[in-house]
Design a protein around this ligand. Structure first.
Ligand code: A3P
Length: 283
């Protein structure tokens, strides 16, 4: 199948590709969403560790929250569905900063932005495309990487997404969390999250959260939770089994050829030359 045909399985809204699970109607109506001051948004480019952070937040004792389905998933009835939640809502999304509903910005809702090394993100997204019936199947890694670098993938360019959010890195209501730091120093990332949400968590509670949200626990639980509509936090599939692949840092090395690495690094260097996040992600 040609790259052009692959793209036709997706639709474009405001120049960005979306899967058919996000209707044009819901995307056009995002600004009619009435955010509450205590809403928390979990934002990321796809495959950056959204489910992991969602599970962490859900497991914080006495957080008093409800994890909802992504704001851009479904049709217009979505906004009515979101109104039904009486507890503090934690709402996942892969939207760019510009597309986020205006009331979220006006009310300065808390936002956790999760970011991951783009080479690992690209590999993870490649496998997600392969296994996910809601996304076009792109046969080779080389063809997928070309689309990824052009931003012709679902939710558009990784660079645009991250740079758009980075412009708001000093906003007090936005916390940046790195996938790699979560892997290396889980307790440190967890502390950042609980402090940001103003929730006290004891050391023993922290260890329980670490255990409940480990990759192996989450992967095993995905089988049981698969049909549970309360666990549809992914904007791209309701099949949780697709989400948990390897859960490691640096898997990209097994897929990038030396030439692909050079091309990627050159583009990264050019696009991220003024970016502090870019420097963190290179280390
Ligand atoms: P891989 O495909 O590299 O394994 P998202 O939730 O944004 O869709 O991101 C999915 C990626 O996060 C997948 O990466 C998945 O395995 C990884 N992931 C999910 N839960 C994790 C966990 N508890 N620990 C580490 N990685 C996790």
């Amino acid at each position: 199948m040609s790259a052009q045909n692959q793209l036709s399985a997706l639709h474009t809204y405001k120049g960005v590709l979306f899967s058919s699970l996000s209707s044009e109607e819901v995307l056009k109506s995002l600004d009619s969403f009435d955010a509450r001051e205590d809403d928390v948004f979990l934002v990321s480019y796809p495959k950056s560790g959204t489910h992991w952070v969602a599970e962490v937040v859900e497991n914080i004792p006495s957080a008093g929250i409800t994890l909802t389905s992504p704001i851009e998933l479904g049709d217009i009835s979505k906004f009515e569905e979101l109104k039904m939640h009486s507890k503090r809502r934690v709402i996942p999304t892969h939207l760019s900063y510009d597309m986020l509903p205006v009331t979220v910005k006006q009310k300065q809702c808390k936002i956790i932005y999760i970011v991951r090394n783009p080479k690992d993100t690209a590999v993870s997204l490649f496998y997600y495309y392969k296994d996910n019936p809601n996304l076009p199947s792109i046969e080779t890694w080389a063809a997928f990487l070309e689309l990824f670098l052009k931003g012709d993938v679902v939710y558009g360019s990784w660079f645009d997404h991250v740079l758009g959010w980075e412009e708001h890195k000093n906003d007090k209501n936005i916390l940046f969390i790195f996938y790699e730091e979560m892997k290396k120093e889980f307790a440190k990332s967890l502390k950042k999250i609980t402090t940001f949400l103003d929730i006290n968590v004891s050391d023993s509670e922290m260890s329980k959260i670490a255990q409940k949200t480990s990759f192996s626990t989450m992967k095993n639980n995905a089988v049981k939770e698969n049909c549970d509509p309360n666990h549809i936090i992914c904007a791209l599939t309701s099949d949780r089994n697709l989400v948990f692949r390897k859960g490691v840092v640096g898997d990209w090395i097994n897929y990038f050829t030396p030439k692909q690495k050079t091309v990627f690094d050159e583009l990264f260097g050019e696009k991220m030359k003024h970016s502090e996040l870019g420097r963190c992600l290179q280390e």
